[in-house]
Design a protein around this ligand. Sequence first.
Ligand code: MN
Length: 313
Amino acid sequence: MSNLDATPAITPCHAGPGAVTELLAAREVPLGGLRAMRVRRVLPQRARSTVGAWCFLDEFGPQRLEMTVLPHPHTGLQTVTWPLAGEIRHRDTVGSDVVLRPGQLNLMTAGHGIAHSEFSVGADPLLHALQLWVALPAASAGVAPHFEQHLDLPRFTGVGAEAVVFMGELGGVRSPATTYTELVGAEVALAPGGGRLPLHPDFEHAVLVIDGTVRIDGVELAAGPLLYLGLDREHLEIDSAAGARLVLLGGVPFPDDLVMWWNFVGRTHEDIAAAREAWESPDPARFGVIAAHHGERIPAPALPTVRLTPRRR
Ligand code: MN
């Protein structure tokens, strides 16, 4: 893509002292209870547990498989399910039963506690999706659970880039999804030749490539790892000879240390132990029941024998 402006302005690319480029490798994780299903996990990392309030990012597929994730609980977070290929049926304990397709968002706010199941459906077993979690800030960590599905998400059109904004805000375009902190989550289609995105300098950002290859600050990035970009950027210049598809994540740095264990996010060991105990009891007052599964569920693993301690950012 060429700049057709006859008198192109010199555009300074403001990148302050907080701007970095850190390549965070994905690790392959087998998902318990699923035959032959492995995911690539890029968050949390030992060196970095959050990007804004984004605290978890798994990419699974593209892979032909039947996904069967029985009911399991969550607390203290929102699950953001973003399919890239395939169809996923979601059922939960606040009564939702929906099918999700690429370009659509499932957002489940666990708050005090919810449980859900996820099954692949549809004629084509090819599945490719991102599973993200957003940590809830302390004041909202115990909100009543709720679920929303957004079928029609707004688009931001930038120079050489078109983005579907699924969470938060990008370039003045805001997703209708409920958020509790200032953040962004967007799927970006980059034109051949590359493009440019406006950023909030008070957000930290990271990029995950879905298809193709890009170059950011001289770092070549393809599918797999997460490129952490730090703070203090007003724009992001992304080079890509052939074009690419990527996901941009960002947000105001999360202020709290979190304890993340299994499917729970809390502040203390006691938060996690109480959530586990309620799931194992089971305590339907906390996590509810999905009648269609007739009591089938994923049991919680044993708590470690040492106290769970918060991860520092
Ligand atoms: Mn889940």
